[in-house]
Design a protein around this ligand. Structure first.
Ligand code: HEC
Length: 109
């Protein structure tokens, strides 16, 4: 009996992980990986965001200036301005990057 319970626990964890990996949760990905610069509200008014010059993503003009493809590329490959690294190349999966961009789009007012 005890043995069965011990086996059931890792199985439950494995299942939970697969489910998360399959349906990328844009908000969670964003909160964990992007909010420290771009802000929980997308305004980029964080310490890091202000220092690096993150734009205000609640602004429709800012949103309109970037295509999804460009956003994806900038996140995946990183973004530089002169010698300054604005965003490091991301280690997220393609799905997670797309989900976080989709979430970033929801800030548009
Ligand atoms: C170390 C701080 C930092 C982190 C972490 C970060 N960004 Fe950025 N990001 C910036 C800065 C600075 C810019 C350049 C100014 C701007 O466009 O806001 C930028 C630019 C962008 C752009 C515009 C790209 C372009 O080509 O113009 C998008 C979209 C973006 N970030 C989304 C994200 C997403 C989504 C995440 C999380 C997966 C993320 N960023 C993580 C700092 C960061």
């Amino acid at each position: 009996m005890k043995k069965i319970a011990l086996l059931a626990i890792p199985a439950a964890f494995a299942l939970a992980f697969t489910t998360t990996a399959m349906a990328a949760d844009g908000k969670a990905v964003y909160t964990d990986n992007c909010a420290k610069c771009h802000g929980e509200d997308g305004k980029g008014a964080t310490k890091m965001g202000t220092k690096l010059g993150a734009r205000d993503y609640t602004d429709a003009t800012v949103q309109a200036s970037i295509t999804d493809d460009q956003a994806f590329k900038s996140i995946k490959e990183g973004m530089k301005k002169d010698d300054k690294t604005l965003m490091k190349p991301s280690e997220l999966s393609d799905e997670d990057i797309k989900a976080s961009v989709a979430y970033l789009r929801t800030f548009k007012k």
